[in-house]
Design a protein around this ligand. Sequence first.
Ligand code: PAF
Length: 280
Amino acid sequence: MILFKEAKALNQFLSDQKKNGTTIGFFPTMGALHNGHISLLDQAKKEAQLSICSIFVNPTQFNNPDDFKKYPVTLEKDIDLLVSHGCDVLFLPSVEEIYPPGYKAGVYDLGTLETVLEGHYRPGHFQGVCQVVDRLLEIVNPTFLYLGQKDFQQCQVIQKLLSLTGRNEQVTLRISPTVREKDGLAMSSRNLRLSQSQRALAPALFEELRKSKEALPSKPIEVIKQEAMRSLTEKGFVVDYFEIVDTQTLLPVNDRAKPAVALVAAFLGDIRLIDNLPVN
Ligand code: PAF
């Protein structure tokens, strides 16, 4: 695996590769890698000739400074994992490489995608995600971009970013299914921070999503939501939201024939977990 720390050197290397007709599969991460990330690498390796991972804990997407400070960092393990799964290139930039002096952050018109769900509870988060992904795409200029469906709203936001910036002409977005632990818990870097007792409780999020899917044909959505929130609260979660929304707009579903997704965000202690499940 080739390691790059400088944006310019990486950009030059990848431009040369592209000139030779090499296709590039890119998956951006914030490290603390797990099998969800490895599934993105596997997809990249299947589809593209060169796989590249970035590890950068992007400060501009953390609306909560404490969450940023406590974000897990496991760099040596990450590198071992990438090498053992055959990743070709790792980009490991400093903050200055991503946001050099004089860098002007873009402002992205994300419409209601930015005001609902995660957008509502994490103000500014998606602008930060767009800033870093836009900048990473500028540097990497990949053929394929791989994201995990666990961050459902982020996938929609980045799809929108690609069309706003015209990058959808050069890069194809691929969304990979959520990878879960045996007990259903969605893999997430933040799971590393859970205590033993919190870890034992955490699969309840997926359990409630599954129950909501089962209940959808026979129960009013409002009742399903209330029951899920009550059950999670009783178990010790502090719930930000449990919603069933239109897959495209992320707004409440009016027409039950349309594809819908159930999404949940809840705290166990100071650790905020999210998950989702398409429900019809
Ligand atoms: O999903 C993530 O890990 C991050 O939001 C991303 C896409 C790497 C941008 O920092």
